[in-house]
Write a protein that binds this ligand. Structure first.
Ligand code: AMP
Ligand code: MN
Ligand code: MN
Ligand code: MN
Length: 297
């Protein structure tokens, strides 16, 4: 009985290779995140905070205690043809000097961007200096989501989405563009740390089918190893397109929740997704056994 259930499991089940802690714009501490993952019977986990590895050691220890396999990881903010693209680095050596320098430079750009956003908010009569100072005083990577939370708390926006639409989103009064490293530089930093580069959430880039193919070709040429083929918010059509890109460009399939906050029912931690047909699971390129096991009672 149990054996036949196991045989029906796909290698993707119980894997979550994309999530954020309070070391970037998530709200749970790494150990709290792992505790939640354990309740969802996650067996392989990567903490992918934006442009930092700061939470990974705490997550690794918590995973060891919960008997969850852990990968040091980060989501690297990058640019391709003037467009922001996110590259997840998996199985990183946290001591690799080129990666450490790369991430520190991006966080410095982020700090400058937050200051710039603060100045623009001030020019519109908002307490921009205070908002920027509050965000920069937080531990970890400062993001626009932190600014959005401050704007909501201080009554300048109804919710985070409203803060982006009204103030800090593209084209809005306090928007500040940033010169992120090119995808080639991100992929090189990841390689220098012995990791695998994964193209994150391809369905979110507002690219045409041809544009996505061009991006995947450039990413593959830069040494990219995988692409996210299953995550919340990806409908069947998006998932089908991502799987087709994986097969066409020989990219392995990765998956994760992109979890930031609890209580958002459509973005739960622990994605037990099916591996699309003909796509190599990222676990294979990571040199890991496909994750299989008994279903929880
Ligand atoms: P940054 O990386 O500084 O540009 O901050 C962007 C972060 O804010 C992303 O990683 C998302 O988690 C979040 N975000 C982006 N757009 C929105 C939005 N419209 N509403 C709420 N959160 C958003
Ligand atoms: Mn985020
Ligand atoms: Mn992202
Ligand atoms: Mn993310």
């Amino acid at each position: 009985m149990m054996a036949s259930m196991n045989a029906a499991l796909q290698p993707f089940e119980r894997i979550d290779l994309h999530m954020h802690s309070s070391w970037s714009d998530g709200v749970l501490r790494p150990a709290e995140l792992v505790a939640l993952a354990a309740t969802r019977s996650v067996q392989l986990l990567a903490l992918t905070d934006h442009d930092t590895l700061a939470g990974c050691e705490e997550a690794r220890q918590a995973c060891a205690e919960a008997q969850i396999a852990f990968l040091y990881a980060s989501e690297l903010t990058s640019l391709w043809k003037g467009r922001e693209v996110h590259i997840v680095g998996l199985q990183l050596d946290p001591a690799a000097p080129a990666l450490i320098a790369h991430l520190e430079a991006v966080r410095q750009s982020r700090r400058e961007r937050i200051q710039g956003i603060g100045l623009k908010l001030s020019a519109h009569g908002l307490p921009g200096t205070e908002i920027a100072a509050a965000v920069l005083a937080l531990p970890g990577t400062p993001t626009r989501l932190h600014v959005a939370r401050e704007l909501v708390q201080r009554g300048h926006a109804e919710d985070e989405d409203d803060a982006f639409k009204r103030w800090i989103g593209k084209g809005q009064p306090a928007a500040v563009a940033a010169a992120w490293p090119a995808i080639e530089a991100s992929a090189a930093a990841i390689s220098s740390a012995g990791g695998l580069a994964i193209l994150a959430h391809p369905h979110r880039y507002k690219l045409s089918a041809g544009g996505l193919r061009e991006l995947c070709a450039a990413f593959r040429d830069a040494g990219g190893a995988g692409i996210e083929v299953s995550l919340p918010g990806m409908g069947p059509a998006d998932a089908g397109r991502a799987a087709a890109l994986a097969r066409r460009f020989d990219l392995a399939g990765s998956c994760g929740s992109d979890f930031h906050v609890p209580g958002v029912p459509w973005r739960p931690l622990g994605r037990f997704a099916k591996l699309p047909e003909g796509v190599v699971p990222i676990t294979e390129r990571l040199g890991l056994e496909p994750v299989r096991g008994a279903l929880p009672a």
